[in-house]
Design a binder for this molecule. Structure first.
Ligand code: URA
Length: 225
C-alpha cells in the first residue's frame, strides 16, 4: 500500500484526463492524514487551482465557519479532498470520464485515511461516493453506513455544497448546519458500528430494513448490512 505522500506525488504529475492540461496546480487534499472526519467536495475552483489547496475561496470560508460553529473543528483537524483533483474549466461539473480517471486518488485517500465519518458536499461528491444518481436534496438529512478499505465501520453524512448554500440562503444553511451536527454526533459515537449509524431520521438508518430506508449503500457492496 503506498503512503498518502506517494499517492499525492503521483497525482501531481497526473495526465490521466484532459483536466491536467488546464490546471495551475493539482489540488490533492489537505489536513490531518489520521483524521476521523473527511470532507469530500466536487473539484477545485479558480482559487483552489491557484493555491493548490481545496476550499480556500468563498465556499471554503463558509465551510470553515460552519465546521467551527457546528462541530468545533478547524480544517487542520479534518481531511478535505475533492472528487477530481484538477479544476474543470469555467467551474463546470466534472465529467464522468474525468471522475473515473481521478477516482483512484480519492479511493486511495479514503483507504489510507480511513475516516470514521465522511461528509460529502453537494450532488457531485455525494453521487460519486455513494454510487447513486439520487439528488442531495433527497439524500441529505440521514446518515448512511459506509465502509472503505480495511476499516470495518464508519458512516457517511451527505450535505449541500457550500456554494449552493451561499446561493440558497437560509433554509439550505440551516439544513447544512443540521447535517454537520449529525456528523459531529457520529464522530463521538463509540466505535461507529455500521448498525449504529444513525441520523436525523434515526429509525430509518438503524435496525431492520435500515439499509433500504436509508437509501443506497454508501459504497456499493462494501457496506455491512
Ligand atoms: N468547490 C469544491 O467542490 N471544491 C473545492 O475545493 C472548492 C470549491
Amino acid at each position: 500500500m503506498p503512503t498518502l505522500a506517494e499517492v499525492e506525488r503521483e497525482a501531481c504529475s497526473c495526465i490521466r484526463c484532459p483536466l491536467a492540461g488546464g490546471r495551475t496546480n493539482v489540488v490533492f487534499g489537505v489536513g490531518d492524514p489520521h483524521a476521523d472526519l473527511m470532507l469530500v467536495g466536487e473539484g477545485p475552483g479558480r482559487d483552489e487551482d491557484l493555491a493548490g489547496v481545496p476550499f480556500v475561496g468563498r465556499s471554503g470560508k463558509l465551510l470553515d465557519k460552519l465546521l467551527l460553529q457546528e462541530m468545533g473543528l478547524d480544517r487542520r483537524s479534518c481531511y478535505i479532498a475533492n472528487v477530481v483533483k484538477c479544476r474543470p474549466p469555467g467551474n463546470r461539473d466534472p465529467r464522468p470520464a474525468e471522475m473515473a480517471a481521478c477516482r483512484g486518488y480519492l479511493d486511495a485517500q479514503l483507504d489510507l485515511i480511513q475516516p470514521r465519518v465522511v461528509v460529502t458536499l453537494g450532488n457531485v461528491a455525494t453521487r460519486a461516493v455513494m454510487g447513486t444518481n439520487d439528488t442531495i436534496g433527497h439524500l441529505r438529512g440521514r446518515t448512511y453506513p459506509f465502509r472503505h478499505g480495511s476499516r470495518g465501520h464508519g458512516c457517511l453524512v451527505p450535505t449541500y455544497h457550500p456554494a449552493a448554500v451561499l446561493r440558497g440562503g437560509g433554509e439550505a444553511m440551516a439544513q447544512m448546519r443540521a447535517d454537520l451536527v449529525r456528523a459531529k454526533e457520529e464522530l463521538v459515537r463509540p466505535g461507529n458500528v455500521a448498525g449504529e449509524a444513525t441520523g436525523g431520521v434515526a429509525g430509518e438508518a438503524t435496525g431492520g430494513a435500515a439499509g433500504e430506508a436509508a437509501g443506497p449503500p454508501a459504497v456499493a457492496g462494501q457496506v455491512h448490512r
